[in-house]
Design a protein around this ligand. Structure first.
Ligand SMILES: C[S@@+](CC[C@H](N)C(=O)[O-])C[C@H]1O[C@@H](n2cnc3c(N)ncnc32)[C@H](O)[C@@H]1O
Ligand code: SF4
Length: 455
C-alpha cells in the first residue's frame, strides 16, 4: 500500500461496529424507552432473538484492553452481580414474544470464564428453557486461556456452548508480558484437542499493533495459529484510545509500532492466512472456506451486529444483559449503566438499569443499511438496498452525504470503483472501507467526536 495513501487516509473515523456509533447514545433514552422498544421489537425485523451476557470481571488488566472490563471484586460483590444479572434476564424475557426463536447467545466481557462454569450453565438453562432455538444456534463464549484448567475446558460443552473464542492475542510471551497478560495455562494444542473432540467450533483472537510486535514475530504467531486450524482467526487492529482507558498509556511508554510497521504486520499475517486457505471476512476475520461466514460473503448476505459477524440465518435483534450491555433493536440502541453498584441497586429495585440509548430516525435506519453493506460485503448495490427498505434509490441516496466528487476522489486513489448502480471497495483497498463509509455518513459532517485512526 502506498505511503501517501496511508498518510492521507490514516485519519480518525468510526469503527462502525454500530450505526450510529455508540458515542451518539444519549441519556434522553430511559428505562421506559427501553421497555417500549423491546415490546415494539416483537413486530420488527430481524425476528430472531440474539442474547448478549456481559461478565465484566478480569483477573488482571491487560494494558491494551478496549473492552468494558474491571478487576475481579470480592466474592459477595460478584455473587450480587450474578444475582442481578439473572434478575435482569427474568425481567426482560416476559416482554418477548415467545414464538420468536433464539439464534445466538454470546457471553463477552471482561472475562466470562472468570465465573464457575456452573454459573454459566444456569444462565443458559434459564434462557433456553423458555424459548425454542433455530437449528444450530450459536451459543458462544469468550475465554481467557491464562486461567482455565482442563476441567473447565471440558465442561463448556455440557454447559451448552458450541462456539469457543479463545483470546490468544499473541503466542509471543514477551509481547504478552509487555501488555500485562498471562499466557495460556495449558498448551494450546491440548485445548484444541479437547474442544474438537466435543465437536465445538473454534475461534482464536489476536491483536496486532502492540509494543514489541514486528512483522516477523507476528508471522510466527500466525503460523502457530494456522497449524492449530481454528475455524476462525481474528486479527484485531489494536485500537489506541488512551482517553477511554488510561492503562494504554503504559504501552506508549514502551513504544507502539509506527503506522507503516503496523500495516506491514497486518499484510504479512494476511498473506500467511490467505496462502493457508483462510478467507478474509471484513478486515480482521479469516475463516476456513467451509465456514458459513464465507458462504454468506460469497452470496453477499453477510451481516454484523454487536456480537460480531453473522449471517441472515443467525442474525437477530440483540437483547443485552449486565453492566455496559448494548441492546441492538430494529429501531433503537440501549446501553446499560457502566456502574456495578448502580446496576445491582436498580435491578434489585425492579428497574431496567438503562444509562443511555438512541432511537434511530428513518434516515439513520437507511444509512445503517448502507454502512453495514459496505463494512460486511464491501459493496453497495443501491437497488438492493432500496428494495430491502421498500423505498427508491433516490431516497436512499438522499439519506446520505452522497457526493459524487468525494467518491471520484476515492476512485482516483484506487480505493473504490463506482457508477450510478454500485460502490465497490477494491480488495487491495479494504483497510480504507471505514473511510468510504464515513464519507457517506451525514453524522460525520459534525466533526466533534473522537475516533481511533482507520489504519
Ligand atoms: C472482551 S475481550 C476478550 C475476552 C477475554 N477477556 C480475553 O482477554 O481473552 C474481546 C477481544 O477484544 C480484543 N481487544 C481488546 N482490546 C482491544 C483493543 N484495544 N483493540 C483491538 N482489539 C482489542 C481482544 O483481542 C479480545 O480477545
Ligand atoms: S483483554 Fe480480556 S482479560 Fe484483558 S483486560 Fe480486556 S477483557 Fe480483561
Amino acid at each position: 500500500m502506498k505511503q501517501e495513501l496511508l498518510n492521507k487516509y490514516s485519519v480518525p473515523v468510526p469503527r462502525y461496529t454500530s450505526y450510529p456509533p455508540a458515542n451518539f447514545f444519549n441519556e434522553s433514552f430511559t428505562a421506559d424507552s427501553y421497555s417500549d422498544t423491546v415490546v415494539k421489537s416483537n413486530e420488527q425485523n430481524p425476528r430472531h432473538i440474539s442474547i448478549y451476557v456481559h461478565i465484566p470481571f478480569c483477573y488482571q488488566m491487560c494494558f491494551y484492553c478496549g473492552c468494558n472490563s474491571q478487576l475481579l471484586k470480592s466474592k459477595p460483590v460478584i455473587s450480587d452481580y450474578i444475582d442481578a444479572l439473572k434478575k435482569e434476564i427474568r425481567m426482560t424475557l416476559p416482554l418477548l414474544d415467545h414464538s420468536r426463536k433464539i439464534s445466538q447467545i454470546h457471553y463477552g466481557g471482561g472475562t466470562p470464564t472468570s465465573q464457575p462454569v456452573a454459573v454459566l450453565r444456569e444462565i443458559n438453562r434459564m434462557i433456553l428453557s423458555e424459548f425454542e432455538c433455530i437449528e444450530n444456534p450459536e451459543i458462544a463464549i469468550e475465554c481467557h486461556p491464562g486461567y482455565m484448567d482442563k476441567n473447565y475446558w471440558n465442561e463448556l460443552f455440557d454447559a451448552g456452548f458450541n462456539r469457543i473464542s479463545i483470546g490468544v492475542q499473541d503466542f509471543n510471551n514477551d509481547v504478552l508480558k509487555a501488555s500485562n497478560r498471562k499466557p495460556s495455562r495449558m498448551p494450546m494444542a491440548d485445548i484444541v484437542h479437547i474442544l474438537r473432540s466435543k465437536g465445538m467450533s473454534l475461534n482464536m483472537d489476536f491483536i496486532y499493533g502492540l509494543p514489541l510486535q514486528t512483522p516477523e514475530s507476528f508471522a510466527d504467531t500466525i503460523t502457530k495459529a494456522i497449524a492449530l486450524k481454528p475455524d476462525r482467526i481474528v486479527t484485531f487492529s489494536y485500537a489506541h484510545v488512551p482517553w477511554v482507558n488510561e492503562l494504554q498509556k503504559n504501552l506508549e511508554a514502551i513504544g507502539l509500532p509506527s503506522v507503516s510497521t503496523k500495516n506491514a504486520i497486518y499484510e504479512t499475517a494476511k498473506s500467511l492466512l490467505t496462502d493457508a486457505g483462510y478467507k478474509a471476512i471484513g478486515l480482521d476475520h479469516f475463516v476456513l472456506p467451509d465456514d458459513e461466514l464465507y458462504k454468506a460473503l460469497e452470496s453477499k448476505t453477510l451481516h454484523r451486529n454487536f456480537q460480531g459477524y453473522c449471517t441472515r440465518r443467525t442474525t437477530g435483534q440483540v437483547y443485552a444483559f449486565g453492566i455496559t450491555g448494548i441492546s441492538q433493536l430494529a429501531a433503537a440502541y440501549s446501553q446499560n449503566t457502566k456502574d456495578l453498584d448502580t446496576y445491582i441497586r436498580q435491578v434489585n429495585a425492579g428497574l431496567f438499569p438503562i444509562a443511555k440509548g438512541y432511537i434511530l430516525n428513518p434516515e439513520e435506519q437507511i444509512t445503517r443499511e448502507v454502512v453495514t453493506a459496505l463494512m460486511c460485503n464491501y459493496t453497495v448495490n443501491w437497488a438492493d438496498i432500496a428494495n430491502q427498505l421498500n423505498i427508491s434509490v433516490n431516497e436512499v441516496k438522499a439519506a446520505l452525504n452522497y457526493k459524487e466528487d468525494l467518491l471520484a476522489d476515492f476512485a482516483k486513489d484506487g480505493i473504490i470503483e463506482f457508477d450510478d448502480k454500485h460502490i465497490h471497495v477494491l480488495p487491495e483497498a479494504a483497510p480504507f472501507v471505514r473511510n468510504v463509509a464515513a464519507s457517506l455518513d451525514k453524522l460525520m459532517l459534525n466533526g466533534e467526536k473522537h475516533y481511533s485512526k482507520s489504519v
